[in-house]
Design a binder for this molecule. Structure first.
Ligand code: UN1
Length: 512
């Protein structure tokens, strides 16, 4: 146990076999089957987590409903105080949790720590927000009337998270929802359930230490069938789901079928435009981290590089040489840059995407392939690759969750922006340029159509303070910072008459 995983698991209260259902007060035994979580880093079993059954789900929802009665009446700044304590508990466990995330998901230890830092940051943000859930006041058209709006909690929020950010994206949702007065039910990815178990232990302790009712933050586990409990349940007014566009379309339809709300953060197909006016050092570094960071498994990963003709060869040569220096291996070993893919299915998708794009005419500049031999026993380590391709290729239009970077050329900036937008997804985008006209054109109404558009920064690695999410097949939802909190509340418009008569709006006369 060279990296101290067993010690970390112990400190995080993770057992070899874990119940998968928790109300935050108690763990429920469903008597059901267990999901095994294997590390893509070394192929070893990390632990098992029991799948939630219908009965335990019912108990979780009942407890959540009861807790909501209490939680919604607690002043928001007091709820913020609880979230502040959760942030501090996460600070105490930052190294252990970062290590577990790295080991279970396969991202580098640095990125694992970064993920826990995002959780801490969102807690701090939510604490401040708990005193800033502002509504507007309006001027009534009627004398001696006051009109204003207030934001109330919405109820039980279902959170379905993905394997690639197994804990941070949950925290964006749950910490904000909690200060808003909602109670949360979390279904983590069945590919990274142990990280969720560890978080649930941390959060349950804070809730218990404060004598709060169980049901404020619950955990359920299993595959899409357990996710369906949430999306089909009218007692869950909001379902926030992160994952593939395919999954999002199903969740959206199920939730819409009962006129619930969904908040979706789905696939990306993010591009960086590199113009002839780019600072090339920044452009290459940004593209490199964007494309190979987290082994290409971020929804913000850079998948397409759209490069101006006159600098195309320079970009190509510098990238090919940088890829040659990448060290691939165990994510917990800090000398490695790139870790494994999540599992063998992901490796198959990676391989078949490369085959398909080659069949469409793509040309490999840096060849892909699966690594074998010592240190690569899990079978999940692949080589980041670069393929010269065209934007309209079917595979280029598609999000493959792997380190495959498509390189394309452009002539005029208009053409580059058109290419950048000509995909079904709309999450993140970037332009590398020192030219103000180019940068502003890219950010204008006729520029990037994505939810995130950066200048001289890659497509990934957003800060929590902004609203995170994207357009088109990315699902339209916004999470995390700015006013994303509004999605977790219901708005109420209040008009109060303190006059001695009853004037009607629009001057309507109605006298008897
Ligand atoms: C995701 O991949 O689902 O902007 C989230 C980023 C991270 C979050 C990614 N802060 O890359």
């Amino acid at each position: 146990d060279k990296f101290g995983i067993q010690e970390a698991l112990k400190r995080l209260d993770v057992q070899p076999e874990n119940l998968g259902t928790s109300t935050g007060g108690q763990w429920l035994d469903s008597g059901g089957v267990f999901i095994s979580s294997f590390s893509p880093a070394d192929g070893k079993l990390i632990g098992k987590v029991q799948v939630t059954g219908r009965d335990e789900y019912e108990e979780v929802i009942a407890k959540a409903g009861d807790a909501y009665q209490v939680w919604r009446k607690m002043p928001a700044p007091q709820r913020g105080e609880i979230v502040r304590q959760i942030g501090n508990a996460l600070r105490e466990h930052k190294e252990d949790l970062g290590k577990l995330v790295s080991y279970e998901m396969g991202k580098s230890y640095q990125e694992g720590l970064g993920e826990v830092q995002e959780m801490i940051d969102i807690c701090d943000f939510a604490v401040g927000l708990s005193r800033q859930l502002y509504g507007l006041t309006m001027h009534s058209e009627r004398p001696s009337h006051r009109m204003y709006e207030q934001w109330h909690p919405i109820g039980i929020v279902g959170i379905i998270s993905a394997f690639n950010f197994p804990v941070a994206v949950w925290s964006w949702n749950s910490m904000i929802a909690m200060v808003c007065g909602d109670v949360c039910v979390w279904k983590p990815s069945e590919k990274a359930p142990i990280s969720a178990i560890a978080c649930q232990h941390i959060i349950s302790k804070v809730l218990k230490d404060n004598d709060l009712p169980e049901g404020i933050s619950s955990l359920i586990n299993g595959d899409y069938k357990v996710g369906e409990f949430l999306s089909k349940d009218a007692r869950v007014p909001l379902v926030s789901a992160t994952g593939s566009t395919r999954m999002g379309k199903i969740v959206a339809q199920e939730v819409a079928g009962r006129l619930g709300r969904s908040l979706l953060e789905l696939g990306g197909n993010n591009a960086i435009i590199i113009t002839e006016n780019a600072d090339m050092d920044i452009a290459i570094r940004g593209a490199l981290f964007g494309a190979v960071g987290t082994a290409g498994q971020r929804c913000t990963t850079t998948r397409r590089l759209i490069v101006q003709d006159s600098v195309y060869d320079e970009v190509k040569n510098r990238l090919v040489s940088a890829y040659g220096k990448l060290v691939i291996g165990n994510p917990l070993d800090e000398k490695n840059h790139v870790g494994p893919l999540i599992d063998m299915d992901a490796v198959q998708m990676y391989l078949s995407s490369i085959e398909k794009v080659k069949a469409e005419g793509g040309k490999e500049l840096v060849a892909g392939g699966v690594l074998q031999g010592e240190g690569y026993e899990s079978g999940c380590y692949v080589k980041p690759c670069i393929i010269e391709a065209e934007n309209h290729f079917e595979m280029v239009q598609h999000e493959t969750f792997a380190p495959i970077l498509y390189l394309m050329r452009y002539d005029s900036l208009d053409q580059a922006i058109e290419m950048q937008n000509a995909v079904p997804q709309g999450l993140s985008s970037a332009i590398m340029t020192l030219n103000m006209r180019e940068a502003e054109a890219f950010l204008s109404a006729a520029g990037s159509d994505c939810g995130i558009a950066n200048v001289n920064i890659g497509t990934s690695g957003a800060e929590i303070g902004g609203a995170f999410g994207g357009e088109k097949e990315t699902g339209g939802g916004r999470e995390s910072g700015s006013d994303a909190w509004k999605a977790y509340m219901r708005r109420q418009t209040n008009t109060i008459n303190y006059s001695t008569t009853l004037p009607l709006a629009q001057g309507i006369k109605f006298d008897i």
